[in-house]
Design a binder for this molecule. Structure first.
Ligand code: TEU
Ligand code: CA
Length: 545
């Protein structure tokens, strides 16, 4: 049923360029810095690098606000630096996947500068302009993800323009065919440069119908994606991943089903958003609930088992650090980070590693709003405090779930600033860098890093990890995740303790196994019977052929 694809066995590594490696001491990560670290990534075993945006940008949202789709932000380098990165990566068998941000542009993009000039400008219809409501206020109640109305009045013409994110990120009008043609041309221009894929920012928004306050999953969303596929990457064997916070399993099949000619896969976020508070959202996360997490992961595993394909991730540049969110950084940092990696990488799908996750980087203990750089955190701080939340409580939420947790500089060594830069970094380095850093991790055979390396390699030698049928067990067990993968006569059992306690686990008799231990975070386990003694955050996978 599933037709094998090269990206089924691949592991993707996400680089957030601003925070990865600074080559010239200005405190900002850059393209030559990434090129300098390709051997590190090669050693880890990854196949694809997803680069968060590198295009020219005023950096209102760290590059997710693009002012020139065909040039590089000067602080990141030049097109020559980019070509060199692509070539050097290719030499090592690594592909470069670009972040395609086409729901919106920067307000400094020439299209928008034109568009805002006058009502009959040729580019007016590149964006979404509406007359004020009768009372002069915004046309309707649409809200920006970063707080406040999604409409801003532009005095030049007396109309409002739509921006689902900051007011410096005006939404493009996808109903305008000229907009779509421009975007497809631009995509082809990058494809010609030899890139291996696109990650598509908030792609579920592009079919929006603003007047109906309908943003996600608009009626023409899939028409546009089919058109895009046909006009750009459809004839090439690249990897495409759509970011779709709204996606249900049914929607995922529309995006990635084998007959659909749309995308390779999507990012869905159900395992993330189910942990948010109904009122305060991510700023007041609910306590971790393993049963709910397992329910969501299993649902997605089963829904995309025969068609479509899952992306697998714990973190990205918008999310907290995985080990801080799902693991235990106070007593079982290494054990819990390895456990999480094992659970994720042995599921069916393509794993995504977010930079620093492979060394167990953690959330950051900021104490004041001045230390944050993220536009969402800064805006939401203002709005929540105005609405009566105490600044302390907001900071507590931000330290748990804010986006800057993932954006502090990559910790390369115990050198000043974690070896990220010789100058003062644009955002503070996590103070734990003397202990948590890549240099130390590579040296230590038992490190989190070496565990990731092993997992990534296992996918290359074990088709059962790629295609084996998934089944979960003990769904209601509050502390332990148990699942199996089966292919032909072989099967793998994966067991993971999500708590800092010893657990005596009773297993169904059919799960008794005697085989090869593929990976573990304590001593290898080859055999289990009806009961298993698990140490804190213990995990292992046994294969029986
Ligand atoms: O994220 C989409 C998005 O919806 C996030 O902003 C999300 O809502 C937020 O982090 C949750 O609180 C993408 C990018 O990944 C993000 O970095 C950009 O800021 C955003 O789009 C706008 O381009
Ligand atoms: Ca730099």
């Amino acid at each position: 049923p599933l037709q094998p694809k090269w990206w089924h066995t691949a592991t993707v590594y996400q680089v957030y360029p601003r925070s990865f490696c600074d080559s010239n001491g200005d405190g900002i990560g850059d393209l030559p810095g990434i090129t300098a670290k390709l051997d590190y990534l090669k050693k880890l075993g990854i196949d694809i690098i997803w680069l968060s945006p590198i295009y020219k940008s005023p950096m209102d949202d760290n590059g997710y606000d693009i002012s020139d789709y065909r040039d590089i932000a000067p602080e990141f380098g030049t097109l020559a630096d980019f070509d060199q990165l692509v070539a050097e990566a290719k030499n090592r068998g690594i592909g470069i996947m670009l972040d395609l941000v086409v729901n919106h542009t920067s307000d400094e993009h020439p299209w928008f500068l034109q568009s805002r000039q006058e009502l009959d400008n040729l580019f007016r219809d590149f964006y979404i302009w509406r007359k004020p409501a009768p009372d002069g206020g915004p046309p309707n109640g649409l809200k920006s993800s970063f707080g406040g109305p999604a409409w801003t009045l532009d005095p030049a013409t007396g109309e409002y323009y739509l921006h689902m994110f900051s007011r410096r990120q005006p939404d493009l009008n996808w109903e305008n065919e000229k907009v779509r043609t421009e975007i497809y041309d631009m995509m082809n221009w990058w494809l010609e440069r030899g890139i291996a894929g696109f990650r598509m920012d908030v792609i579920d928004y592009i079919g929006k119908q603003a007047d109906r306050e309908l943003v996600k999953d608009g009626p023409h969303l899939h028409d546009y994606l089919q058109e895009m596929n046909a006009k750009t990457f459809g004839s090439r064997d690249i990897l495409t991943v759509g970011e779709a916070w709204s996606a249900t399993p049914g929607a995922a099949l529309l995006y990635s089903g084998r007959e659909r000619r749309e995308l390779s896969m999507i990012f869905q976020f159900e395992h993330v958003t189910q942990q948010w508070d109904a009122v305060y959202g991510k700023w007041r996360p609910k306590p971790f609930d393993l049963v709910k997490l397992k329910t969501v992961l299993s649902k997605w595993q089963l829904a995309l088992s025969e068609d479509g394909w899952n992306s697998l991730f714990w973190g990205n540049h918008d999310l907290p650090r995985a080990v801080s969110r799902y693991g235990n950084v106070s007593g079982y940092h290494v054990e819990s980070a390895k456990m999480l990696a094992t659970v994720l990488h042995l599921l069916k799908g393509t794993p995504f590693v977010y930079q620093g996750e492979e060394i167990g980087m953690t959330n950051v203990p900021f104490t004041s709003i001045e230390q944050y750089r993220d536009i969402e955190t800064i805006n939401m701080h203002r709005l929540h405090v105005e609405a009566g939340l105490s600044p302390e409580e907001f900071i507590r939420g931000a330290n748990e779930n804010g986006r800057d947790n993932a954006r502090t500089p990559m910790q390369w060594s115990a050198a000043p600033y974690g070896g990220f830069s010789t100058g003062v970094p644009w955002i503070e380095v996590n103070p734990n860098y003397p202990k948590v850093n890549a240099e130390a991790a590579i040296r230590d055979e038992k490190s989190i890093w070496n565990h990731y390396r092993k997992l990534i390699a296992l996918r290359k030698t074990h088709p059962i990890i790629i295609y084996g049928e998934y089944r979960s067990w003990l769904d209601q067990h509050p502390d332990v995740f148990v699942y199996t993968r089966t292919l032909d006569r072989s099967w793998i059992i994966v067991v993971a303790n999500f708590t800092p306690r010893d657990i005596a686990l009773s297993l169904p008799t059919e799960l008794a196994i005697n085989g090869e231990c593929l990976i573990c975070n304590y001593e290898p386990v080859h055999m289990i019977g009806e009961t298993v003694e698990l140490k804190p955050y213990e995990t292992f996978a046994i294969e029986c052929k």
